[in-house]
Structures are given as structure tokens and as C-alpha cells.
Design a protein around this ligand. Structure first.
Ligand SMILES: [Zn+2]
Length: 411
């Protein structure tokens, strides 16, 4: 199907939510916005939001690309959009990203990945599930809701970035910092990431585990294995601490999260020779942690164990920490209730709360105190060749989002 079948702007108001969402999805998916590019997707959204009295603000973060040989690609300039209708609380914010992951070998696709195509009941193309149809669905939901209820309570907002699939350093995290700096708060945040597994709405993510990584380097003194008293063996110094790490119960988890786990993924040390005590050994590890523990506590406990075991050795250690995300949890409350009601009414099913899976930008929004939930289309084909989504689902998703706005912003 070509988009001219559905994008007739004059007939826009009479279209069904499915037609509206499909047309906007196709418009966004045609743009090859491989991360961190936006390729004017956000301009398309602004065109739709401005007539609805959204105040639209672009926020640029990162370095403009230069020809300097040491230009850091991870710090390329990123375009973000903060759009808001109204000034009052509560602020219901839809969050999403316009960037997509690379296509891989285009020859392996049944259709060209940036020529969105309707076939066999699916919409095919890169971004079909992750997450241009989600963005289209919440934009259509906002349009339809505002037209019916122009004097709604509170505010509707959208936080859109083009840096979610990449390093995620100049996207949502920076927008949230800018909002915090001027004391602008999000009350309820609906992230339109593809959360559904078998059928639309079967799973919503009300939290995620945190991820904390570390590279531990232990330094001793190189020497001959026959003269250990003249050397300091870093491997021997390390082993008791490593053994204690594997036995430590970091917490017991809770109703929503399994117990925190530390996994050692790499150990590298030695010169290859069997008669040399090496100077250093390196250990790479990662915590996936629950809301029962904080990043600070994990770091402190790790250091406590190491300090205790290193007290009677001449070896020294150093840890290079990297926090990928704090855990967050949105317990039962207004936002989760609104999701449940909307999903039940539109699809007839009872949804399930889950904290499994990888990270999303929800990790940057939740620490501000906002309730955060992820709800979107099925995630069966995300990041894959032949990414696609059921046409039936995208119109229903727009209806679910609109129903949620009614729950949250009407008396
Ligand atoms: Zn995504």
C-alpha cells in the first residue's frame, strides 16, 4: 500500500485511529534515521503538535560534527524534542525515540527497510516495532483526545530523542537534566517501547533492574615463579576476594525483582609463560541489581571485601566503575491502574506487570520521582531483519493511549 491511500490530510478527521496511526507511522519510517540521526522525524511531530497548542522546544546536546581527527562519534550532536500542552499538573508525558538500529545486510530483507510496506496484515520496515508506530500511536492519541477534550486537566507532554539506540548520553538523560534545572516535573511517564510479547497489551514494564559494571585491576610485582619472595603475585592476592564475591548474597530481591546478582565475565592475567608471576590481572564484572540495593551500597560493599582481603598483601587494586542505569520500580498506582483499565477495555485482556528485559530511557526519567511504565506493540521482531508489526495493533495502541489520557486527565 502506498501512503497516498491513507494520508489525505483533508480526510484526516474522519479516519479511524488505525488509518491515522498507519499514515503517520509510514511517514516516520520512510526516514532512515539510523541512530543518532533524526532525519526530520521530530519536525513531522511538531507539525502535528503545534496546531494542538503544544509548546514545542528542540534541545540539542553534544558536539557538532567536526573534521577534527579526534572527534568523538559517541558525542555527536543529538536533536531532542520537548513538547508540552498546558502548564498545570499532573504532567502526562509520552516518551520515545525516533532513531532506529542499523538494518544489517539490506539484501536479507523481504522489503527495503526504509520503504514501509503493508503486506499480510503487517506493516514492515525498520522502526515498525521499535518504535515509530509507538510514537505515531501516542501522537494520534493526543490529537484525538485534545479534539474531544480541549480543556482537559493538567498537561500532555512528549519527550522525544534520537539517541536511545546508541550511547544514550545526549538524549533523554540531558533533557531530563534540563527539565530538572528549571523545576519542570513529569508526573506520569508512558514510554512507548514495544513491551508486548504474545498479544498487544499482555505485558507492561513497570520497572527495570539496574546495571553496574566494573573493571578491577590488581597490580603486584612481576618475578620468577622460583623466587616468589622477590615478587608479589596479583592472582593470589585476588582469589580470596573473588571467592567471597561469588558467595555474597547482595540482597534478597522483592516482589518485583529477583535477588541482585554479580557475575564475573572476564579474567585476564599472565604473560603466557609458565615461569613468570605476572604484574597485573584484570577482572570484568557486572551487577544486575534490584531496588533493594543502591549503586552506592554495591560499590561500598565491593570495596569493603577487597580492602579486607588486600590488607595483608602488598598488591594493590583499582576499579573502573560504569553505571549503565539505576533500577526503578513504579508500584501499583494511578499510572499502572490507567494502563490496566485502558488495555482491558480496548483488548479485553488483563495485563501483567514485568521488570524483565534490557534497559530503556525510563531509567533516566524514574529517578525524578515520576511514575514510569512502558507499554507498546509486540517486540517479537525488534532489531531484526524484516521488523514488522500487526496493523490491527497500531490502531488499538492509539486507542489504549487515548483511553489512558482520559483516565489521567479528566475528572
Ligand atoms: Zn526502542
Amino acid at each position: 500500500m502506498s501512503s497516498s491511500d491513507t494520508t489525505g490530510q483533508s480526510g484526516h478527521l474522519q479516519q479511524t485511529p488505525q488509518q491515522q496511526t498507519l499514515a503517520l507511522s509510514i511517514d516516520l519510517m520512510r526516514r532512515d534515521s539510523v541512530t543518532p540521526e533524526d532525519k526530520h522525524c521530530q519536525d513531522v511531530l511538531v507539525e502535528r503538535l503545534k496546531p494542538l497548542d503544544f509548546n514545542c522546544e528542540f534541545m540539542y546536546f553534544g558536539d557538532k560534527e567536526t573534521t577534527a581527527p579526534n572527534f568523538d562519534k559517541n558525542n555527536a550532536e543529538v536533536k531532542n524534542l520537548w513538547a508540552r500542552r498546558g502548564t498545570a499538573d499532573p504532567v502526562v508525558c509520552f516518551a520515545g525515540h525516533t532513531d532506529v538500529v542499523p538494518t544489517g545486510n539490506v539484501d536479507n530483507w523481504k522489503i527495503p527497510p526504509f520503504e514501509p510496506t503493508v503486506k499480510d496484515g503487517f506493516l514492515w520496515g525498520r522502526g515498525a516495532a521499535d518504535m515509530k508506530t509507538g510514537i505515531a500511536a501516542f501522537t494520534v492519541a493526543a490529537e484525538n483526545f485534545v479534539k474531544k477534550h480541549p480543556n482537559h486537566n493538567g498537561s500532555i507532554a512528549m519527550l522525544i530523542t534520537s539517541d536511545e539506540e546508541g550511547p544514550s548520553i545526549n538524549g533523554t538523560v540531558k533533557v531530563v537534566e534540563a527539565l530538572e534545572a528549571r523545576n519542570e516535573k513529569i508526573t506520569y511517564c508512558l514510554v512507548g517501547e514495544p513491551s508486548s510479547t504474545d498479544t498487544l497489551g499482555d505485558i507492561i514494564k513497570n520497572g527495570r533492574r539496574g546495571s553496574l559494571g566494573g573493571i578491577l585491576t590488581v597490580t603486584g610485582k612481576q618475578g620468577h615463579v622460583a623466587y616468589p619472595h622477590l615478587a608479589v603475585n596479583p592472582i593470589h592476592a585476588l582469589l580470596p576476594a573473588l571467592a567471597e564475591f561469588t558467595r555474597t548474597q547482595w540482597d534478597n530481591g522483592n516482589d518485583f525483582f529477583p535477588a541482585t546478582s554479580m557475575q564475573i565475565s572476564n579474567i585476564n592475567g599472565g604473560t603466557g609463560a609458565n615461569n613468570v608471576i605476572p604484574e597485573t590481572v584484570e577482572v570484568v564484572f557486572n551487577f544486575r541489581f534490584s531496588t533493594e540495593t543502591t549503586e552506592k551500597e554495591l560499590r561500598a560493599k565491593t570495596h569493603e571485601i577487597l580492602d579486607r582481603h588486600f590488607a595483608d598483601t602488598e598488591a594493590t587494586y583499582d576499579i573502573d566503575w560504569k553505571l549503565s542505569g539505576h533500577p526503578f520500580l513504579t508500584a501499583e498506582g494511578k499510572l499502572v491502574d490507567a494502563c490496566k483499565v485502558a488495555i482491558k477495555e480496548v483488548t479485553g485482556i488483563d495485563t501483567t506487570l514485568s521488570t524483565s528485559g534490557g534497559t530503556s530511557d525510563g531509567r533516566f526519567i524514574a529517578p525524578t520521582g515520576a511514575q514510569v511504565v512502558e507499554l507498546g506493540v509486540r517486540n517479537a521482531t525488534i532489531h531484526q531483519v524484516d521488523e514488522r508489526v500487526e496493523i490491527d495493533d497500531i490502531g488499538k495502541l492509539a486507542q489504549i493511549y487515548e483511553r489512558m489520557l482520559e483516565e489521567l486527565l479528566l475528572d
